[in-house]
Design a protein around this ligand. Structure first.
Ligand SMILES: [Fe+2]
Ligand SMILES: [Fe+2]
Length: 288
């Protein structure tokens, strides 16, 4: 089955969980897999931890997965040891537990930006400015035993987006970019059928950043080259399996093709009708 074939509209939520995985020395992806009703598959809501001399939390997961996320994170690092909490952008799936993490970690500084604090603050940001550190696209931060760089990925869905590149492990956290939906918990893209990966990759990038279709192909290739020149050996992404060394070149190639590759349609009203019918049918069974 491919990801854009019709999946059961009333598919059950994903209950199987992936434990955190060390994708590079002292660098862990914390997994979450979410499958809303009617979605063509599932999508990861991952985050990351760099457990160096000054532990560096990369995004803070979703509120829906709060208990599991906090268990996973604090199973890897003591709260008192966390020194930095980096938010890649102001979407709830990236800052969903920021208050819980900042409250639990008295020695942590929130690594954000003016615009990010401004946009989250419209809703609520209960972290005082004395605990902020602003890190813009292209800037670096010394975190004790390494200096990480904030680098915006070529595709994103918020103007505040910055990824994180760690030159000591050559891991790049791509935020929403290089993502792909999955059929269930999947740690590495090597586990995906190559065609499923390609199809899901195209759908995710084009749906999450629909403006990519307006881009000049050459200018977009230059944006892709910014990441390619970093020479990452591993790309971790919030919304997909980790891309290891053997698949990096393929990921680069697929990303460059996004503006000129057809975009699969999103679920429409017919799919919603299926969801509603399934819910009504289940309710009728329960009450009969
Ligand atoms: Fe986003
Ligand atoms: Fe996201």
């Amino acid at each position: 089955m491919t990801l854009t074939e019709s999946t059961p509209a009333h598919s059950a939520p994903i209950t199987e969980r992936l434990a955190p995985i060390e994708i590079a020395p002292e660098t862990f992806v914390i997994h979450d897999t979410y499958s809303p009703p009617g979605a063509p598959g599932a999508v990861h809501m991952n985050s990351m931890l760099i457990r160096g001399a000054e532990p560096f939390v990369v995004d803070t997961g979703t509120p829906l997965n709060r208990a599991h996320y906090l268990d996973d994170l604090f199973g890897l690092v003591e709260p008192e040891d966390v020194r930095w909490v980096f938010l890649s952008h102001d979407d709830i799936d990236h800052y969903g537990n920021v208050h819980e993490v900042m409250d639990a970690c008295p020695n942590a500084t929130l690594v954000a930006s003016w615009f990010l604090c401004d946009r989250i603050g419209v809703d609520r940001l209960d972290v005082p400015p004395m605990r902020w550190r602003w890190l813009n696209d292209g800037e670096t931060l010394d975190i004790g035993d390494r200096t990480v760089a904030a680098i915006r990925p070529p595709l994103y869905d918020s103007p505040t987006t910055r990824g994180i590149f760690d030159p000591t492990t050559r891991v790049y956290w791509a935020s929403d970019c290089y993502a792909t939906p999955v059929l269930g918990p999947t740690a590495f893209v090597d586990e995906l059928d190559p065609d499923v990966w390609s199809e899901g990759f195209q759908a995710f990038q084009a749906w999450n950043s629909p403006w990519v279709a307006m881009l000049d192909a050459q200018r977009f290739a230059e944006a892709c080259a910014v990441i390619e020149r970093l020479a990452p050996t591993t790309i971790a992404t919030c919304h997909g399996p980790t891309i290891g060394p053997s698949q990096i070149d393929r990921a680069f190639e697929m990303l460059r093709r996004v503006p000129t590759t057809p975009v699969p349609p999103q679920p429409n009203q017919l799919v919603l009708d299926e969801i509603v019918a399934a819910i009504e049918s289940m309710s009728a069974e329960l009450t009969s």
